[in-house]
Design a protein. Sequence first.
Length: 175
Amino acid sequence: IHYHFQHSPQGHALVFGDDQTVFPTLAPVAYQQDTGLVADVPVIKRFGLRLATRTSRTTRRDYDFTKPRIQLESDADSGAAPDLEDYDYPARFSDRARGKHLATRALERHRSDYRLAEGRSDQPSLVSGHFLSLTEHANPAWNDLWLLTEIIHEGKQPQVLEEVISSDVTDLKDD
């Protein structure tokens, strides 16, 4: 289950969902490595990917004393390496379909953040809860559709400082 906000002149809405169909897609944004120069259009200046080891298989097992011959065991496997299992007994279910559902949901929870990317941009239209298509990255595998889960917009207006202005006058930064 996830949530995001939709903002409009008519009002703001909090949207809850349990699948990806509610995520709007933003216009594609090109990657241009940060050279210190200002790009002609807003771009992604930094992009890094973190991979983490996560459970790749879940097994849920239970026992029904009214039907002792029935083996209540369900599993879900992502096929990812290394083969790491999350085993739960008693899993508190009485039929195999419910056990399969519990095993699948547990695996989805474990695998939800094994691959996280972080970046930096001067693109002001980035909004969490939206898909972003990254283009023109040197690593073709990263030119993909990414779900934005956290955006930090930061801006500075050095003109108001007049005489006390420092050399750190970046106009807009999005993390």
